[in-house]
Design a protein. Structure first.
Length: 329
C-alpha cells in the first residue's frame, strides 16, 4: 500500500513540475537581469453539512434523522497557471471526494488531472450545496457517472463549453480492473444567457467476476440536457439512456421553480425511471413538490420535499417526506 501511495505522489509531483521545468528553461536567459518575483497564489475554503429528516410510508422505509454530509473543501491556485481543488467527506467513505489539479498554459484550455466528477449530466455536476431539491432525480443517481480518477481537457468559449476525458471507470479512489479506459465527452451550447442545451456521452468497460471467470461488460451512457432561466423562474430537464451488457434503461425529468419572495422558492419536478426497457409495466413515476427557504442564501438553507411515488404494474405505498437543513461557512 505504501509503495502505491508513493507512486501516486511521485506521479502527481512529476505532472506538477513539468510546466515549472519548461518555464525555467525558457526564462533562464532573463534570470540575471530580472530577479524572480513572487507568484500570485490564493486559497478559498468552505465547509458545509446537511442534517436530514426522512419519513417514508413504506413498511421497510426510513423514518429517521441523519447527518447526510459533512464536507470540507479547498480551492485555490499555486500561480496563474496551476489551480487545485480538494474536498473531504467526514460522513461517508471514501473520505477524499475530490483531488484535482488544473493546468491553464494554453489560452481557453484547461487540462484537469486527478479525482473529480466525470463531465456528464448538468445535475450530477452541480455541487451538493447548490442542489435545487434534496435528492437527485433517480435516473441521475443511477445512470450518470459519478466521481472517477483520470484526466480531461476542457475548453470554455463565449457560447460553447466542451470537455473530453479518459477515466479508470471504477469510481472513487479505485484503480482500473482491466486494460481498457472509459471515454467521455460533454458539449454545451449557450447562445444566450437565459438558456443552454447540451449532450453527453460515456463509453466504458467493467470487469465482473462470474464464477471463476472474469467477464468484460460494456457500460454506455447517452444524455441530453436543457436549461432556461429568466428573472425569478427556471426550467431544467434531462434525459439519460444507459446500456449495461444487454440491459437497457432510461429516464428523464423536468423541473420548474419560481422565486415567490426573495428568500422563498417553490419547486415542482416530474420524473420517470425505466430500469429495463425490455420489461413491460416497469416504469416508476415520481412527482416532487418542494420549497427552499434561504435564511442566509446557501449559508443557511431549509429544504422541504414531498415525493408522490407511483409504480406501474404493482404500485406500493411508498410516498416520502424529506426535510433538510444546510449550514455552510
Amino acid at each position: 500500500m505504501k509503495g502505491k501511495s508513493n507512486f501516486v505522489l511521485n506521479l502527481l509531483v512529476f505532472f506538477l513540475f513539468i510546466p515549472s521545468i519548461l518555464n525555467a528553461q525558457i526564462d533562464s536567459s532573463n534570470t540575471q537581469q530580472n530577479p524572480p518575483q513572487e507568484k500570485p497564489s490564493s486559497l478559498k475554503q468552505n465547509a458545509y453539512f446537511h442534517i436530514r429528516g426522512i419519513a417514508d410510508e413504506s413498511n421497510n422505509g426510513d423514518n429517521t434523522f441523519q447527518i447526510k454530509r459533512a464536507r470540507l473543501e479547498f480551492k485555490g491556485s499555486i500561480n496563474t497557471k496551476i489551480k487545485y481543488h480538494l474536498q473531504f467527506e467526514a460522513m461517508q467513505s471514501p473520505v477524499i471526494k475530490d483531488a484535482r489539479v488544473s493546468f491553464l498554459y494554453i489560452p481557453y484550455i484547461e487540462v484537469k488531472l486527478g479525482q473529480y466528477k466525470v463531465p456528464f449530466s448538468m445535475e450530477e455536476l452541480t455541487p451538493a450545496y447548490d442542489f435545487d431539491l434534496i435528492e437527485n432525480p433517480k435516473v441521475v443517481s443511477i445512470l450518470a457517472p459519478f466521481r472517477d480518477v483520470g484526466f480531461s481537457i476542457r475548453s470554455d468559449l463565449r457560447w460553447l463549453n466542451a470537455e473530453v476525458g479518459i477515466f479508470n471507470g471504477n469510481g472513487e479512489q479505485l484503480k482500473d480492473n482491466n486494460k481498457k479506459k472509459d471515454f467521455n465527452w460533454r458539449l454545451v451550447l449557450a447562445p444566450s444567457k437565459i438558456y443552454s442545451i447540451g449532450i453527453s456521452c460515456y463509453n466504458g468497460m467493467n470487469t465482473i467476476t462470474n464464477g471463476s471467470q472474469k467477464v468484460d461488460v460494456r457500460k454506455d451512457r447517452l444524455g441530453a440536457e436543457f436549461k432556461f432561466e429568466i428573472d425569478k423562474a427556471f426550467i431544467k430537464s434531462e434525459y439519460i439512456y444507459g446500456k449495461d451488457r444487454n440491459a437497457k434503461s432510461e429516464g428523464w425529468y423536468i423541473r420548474l421553480a419560481y422565486r415567490v419572495i426573495p428568500n422563498l422558492q417553490a419547486i415542482c419536478q416530474y420524473e420517470q425511471w425505466d430500469p429495463n426497457k425490455d420489461i413491460a409495466d416497469n416504469k416508476e413515476n415520481i412527482l416532487t413538490l418542494g420549497t427552499n427557504l434561504f435564511v442566509d442564501g446557501n449559508n443557511a438553507k431549509i429544504q422541504l420535499n414531498y415525493l408522490f411515488v407511483n409504480e406501474e404494474g404493482m404500485p406500493i405505498k411508498n410516498n416520502r417526506l424529506n426535510i433538510q437543513l444546510q449550514i455552510m461557512f
